[in-house]
Design a protein around this ligand. Structure first.
Ligand SMILES: Cc1cc2nc3c(=O)[nH]c(=O)nc-3n(C[C@H](O)[C@H](O)[C@H](O)COP(=O)(O)OP(=O)(O)OC[C@H]3O[C@@H](n4cnc5c(N)ncnc54)[C@H](O)[C@@H]3O)c2cc1C
Length: 257
């Protein structure tokens, strides 16, 4: 591995390079891996607004006016995801920040006394929503994990969880071989084998939610139109499933000591 750091270029020789360099992974690109994926129907604007002591605690979500707003309790602030139709960011930006403020208040009227804290676009992070994975996570001397191997949709906020689980499985599978200085390609294949099914399952679940809920809401750009969740999500067994799937995945992983 050659890298540029303090004092110029350096070289590190290693049996294995683990590419944990995120959704725009340079290592994925240099290795020639192509991610294949679906095209989620939405993008997300992330920003923060003050949270008052009397506000409800915990996370909450609202649907209305063709938008979905998810609010995460961060103590004295709300971390807010404002879901917009795919490709709609430039239009929203062109309409100006006041139009955005009004859009937020249209879905969450309680925020009318603090949307003015949004003063310019630098306070708003734009997330182009993607959902993809590389067919093969490894080649001799290289293993991709986390977003480098699979970009997750923000549905359920599982990206960090699944990236950490990849790292745990990689450590469990590889540490003995690394200590013996004998990493083989099948060790790398084993990491992908253990992680691929959970990733595929959660991405399929996210895709269903995107199509059944997000696409329908974003297409119903009409404040008078009410949204009813699909009947299958109201079955008791399925009501609890999303939370369990999001929290634990289909096979929780633990560091082997
Ligand atoms: C706006 C936004 C909000 C999100 N919110 C949530 C959330 O609420 N919950 C959740 O679970 N997930 C969320 N995610 C997804 C989550 O951030 C990722 O799934 C997770 O961080 C992936 O972890 P990772 O270690 O694979 O990559 P990253 O966390 O992206 O880490 C990659 C690291 O590699 C470094 N790097 C990249 N290229 C180079 C290079 N060439 N040289 C040196 N270093 C490099 C980066 O600086 C970074 O530190 C969000 C993502 C975005 C963009």
């Amino acid at each position: 591995m050659r890298y540029r750091g303090h004092g110029g270029w350096h070289e590190v020789r290693a049996q294995l390079t683990v590419g944990a360099d995120g959704r725009h992974s340079r290592l994925r690109q240099l290795a020639g891996f192509e991610a294949v994926g679906t095209s989620p129907p939405m993008d997300v604007l992330w920003f923060r607004l003050p949270r008052k002591a009397e506000d409800p605690s915990g996370g909450m979500g609202r649907i209305g006016n063709g938008h979905i707003v998810a609010m995460l309790d961060r103590g004295d602030q709300w971390q807010i995801a404002y879901v917009i139709p795919k490709g709609g960011y430039q239009e929203i930006r062109a309409a100006g920040i006041e139009a955005l403020r009004q859009g937020i208040v249209g879905v969450v009227p309680e925020l009318c006394d603090r949307v003015q804290y949004l003063k310019d676009w630098s306070q708003i992070a734009f997330l182009s929503v993607e959902s993809s994975r590389v067919p093969r996570w490894y080649r001799p001397g290289l293993l991709l994990i986390g977003d480098a191997a699979h970009i997750m949709s923000p549905v359920g906020g599982v990206g960090i969880n699944y990236a950490v689980q990849d790292a745990v499985v990689a450590a469990n599978v590889l540490s003995e071989s690394l200590k013996r200085n004998s990493i083989h390609i099948w060790d790398l294949a084993e990491v992908q084998r253990q992680r691929e099914l959970p990733i595929r399952v959660i991405q399929a679940f996210q895709s269903v939610i995107q199509q059944q809920i997000f696409a329908r809401v974003l297409n119903s750009n009409n404040s008078t139109q009410s949204f009813t969740p699909p009947a299958f999500l109201q079955l008791p067994i399925l009501r609890d499933l999303p939370a369990r799937l999001i929290a634990f995945g289909i096979g929780p992983v633990h560091v082997k000591t």
